[in-house]
Write a protein that binds this ligand. Structure first.
Ligand code: TYD
Ligand code: MG
Length: 455
């Protein structure tokens, strides 16, 4: 009698609710909620209800089985983001906007892993084998021993995998796969979840690694990669601005390595090229020191990355001045503006504020606070910062500057790129970066007084 409670799921963020709504309460997206078939319909579990389960063999934590070795592809930026290579029987999700270069990256990865000795299958649900082959030729990878399959039926793919027993399979994309156990259309939340679940559990059982490609979707008809994030070991996002050639592969979750690690690539006519020194790349377009431009010494994952912040502050013609941010968090900008106003008496009312991280980079570290403040002040006062200077530090609401991690690494990277001085919060240790002139300050008022002679 009791009907299973209907389950509605948002395709963008996978938030579940008991009733339908036009707008998702969790992520605010419109028209993304649809009904999901209850999982019990699909599962084979019905028969065994009430019966006894099978005892599972238990092992100790101190088991002496050696960990299986990781396999490095030789594409060092990819290996770095994976935590040092591919872990056997791991499940990896690679998400990103359509057209950003996911298929290109994974075809290159597949070829490199195949050359490193793995048996690799590339299953494409989006392109015909001929198209994939053409791309491989263009990338100079046609000789790599990768097996192709153009297929979207999950049952057929699993049967093939069972026979072939590859070491790595790439599913491009998970949204095109459909399982005949599930009634809804390909791309729906239930289909994507069922396909991801079957593939990852097959991977765990058989010792095969699987890479799932997921498109980030804007409309609600197709489930986004977030609905499978919890099922996989590693979640990578491939990001970048369409107008820029830089692409950043970012680990947001990794059971086998540091999260927040990034790999930097450049999209060229012959595929993705690795960028081993991203700082040099992000700063390469820098000209003379100019007001509003500040170099931030940041840390991305385990690696220091220098990038340029640009601010523009101009009188606003609008009653409500604009605050526009590219590559940084808008809420954090509002906070810095409020601290500058409340603690240093520098108002931004009536002024439009634009902030841009050059090169298409996205920064999430609070250590960029001080660099942002420096860029804003420099733009507002129309005074350029001393040349060859990097800035970093976190700003607290009281206006105090808080030390950030890895001061030494930030300074060493800056020194390597020809910078001679740094502005940082008191408390950090310069360590071996001895050649750098380090100006340490305890609060924002001292910083404003020192650099702009005003308070
Ligand atoms: P693709 O890998 O198909 O994107 P996704 O799988 O994420 O949808 O990449 C598509 C874009 O990459 C396309 O706009 C063309 C560009 N591209 C190059 O610039 N150079 C190349 O060598 C290749 C293969 C693609
Ligand atoms: Mg693609």
């Amino acid at each position: 009698m009791a009907k299973a409670s209907a389950n509605y799921v948002c395709a963008a963020c996978s938030n579940a609710t008991t009733k339908w709504a036009g707008r998702c309460e969790a992520c605010g997206a419109w028209n993304t909620i649809s009904e999901e078939a209850p999982l019990s319909k699909a599962g084979p579990a019905k028969k065994s209800l009430g019966g006894r389960g099978r005892a599972v063999p238990l092992t100790d934590l101190s088991s002496t089985e050696p960990a299986p070795p990781r396999v490095a592809s030789g594409l060092s930026e990819l290996d770095r983001v994976l935590g040092g290579g591919l872990v056997p029987s791991s499940a990896i999700l690679v998400g990103g906007d359509p057209g950003i270069g996911k298929s290109t990256l994974l075809l290159q990865g597949a070829a490199m892993f195949a050359r490193a000795g793995l048996k690799v299958i590339y299953a494409s649900g989006e392109e015909a084998s001929a198209q994939v082959r053409m791309r491989a030729q263009r990338l100079g990878l046609a000789d790599a021993p990768v097996k192709l399959a153009a297929e979207t039926n999950l049952r057929d793919i699993l049967t093939t995998l069972e026979q072939e027993r590859p070491d790595l399979v790439i599913i491009d994309s998970i949204q095109t796969m459909w399982s005949d156990n599930v009634e809804s259309a390909p791309g729906s939340v239930s289909q994507v979840r069922a396909a991801a679940h079957e593939l990852t559990s097959f991977a765990k059982r058989s010792g095969m690694s699987v890479i799932l490609v997921g498109h980030v979707t804007k409309d609600g008809q197709i489930a986004g990669p977030r609905v499978v994030e919890h099922m996989v070991d590693t979640v990578l996002y491939f990001e970048g601005e369409r107008g820029h050639q830089f692409r950043i592969l970012r680990a947001v979750k990794n059971r086998f390595g540091p999260a927040d690690e990034i790999g930097v690539f450049e999209m060229t006519g012959a595929g993705l090229a690795e960028v081993t020194n991203p700082s040099a790349l992000f700063l390469s377009e820098r000209g003379q020191p100019s007001p509003g431009s500040v170099v931030f010494a940041g840390i991305e994952g385990t690696r220091p990355v220098l990038c340029e912040l640009q601010a523009l502050v101009a009188p606003s013609p609008h009653s409500q001045p604009r605050r526009t941010v590219v590559g940084w968090d808008g809420g954090r900008l509002a906070m810095i503006l409020a601290v500058l106003e409340a603690r240093c008496g520098i108002p931004f009312a009536g002024l439009d504020v634009y902030l841009n991280v050059a090169g298409g980079m996205k920064i999430s570290e609070p250590a960029a606070d001080l660099a942002v403040a420096a860029a804003l002040l420099s733009a507002r006062e129309d005074v350029a910062l001393p040349p060859e200077t990097v800035v970093f530090g976190e700003i607290s609401l009281s206006g105090a500057l808080r030390p950030v991690s890895q001061t030494e690494n930030r300074l060493k990277e800056a020194q390597k790129l020809g910078f001679t001085s740094a502005i940082a919060p008191s408390g950090g240790k310069a360590g071996a970066a001895t050649g750098m002139k380090l100006q340490q300050m305890g609060d924002l008022t001292a910083f404003v007084g020192d650099l702009f002679g005003a308070g």
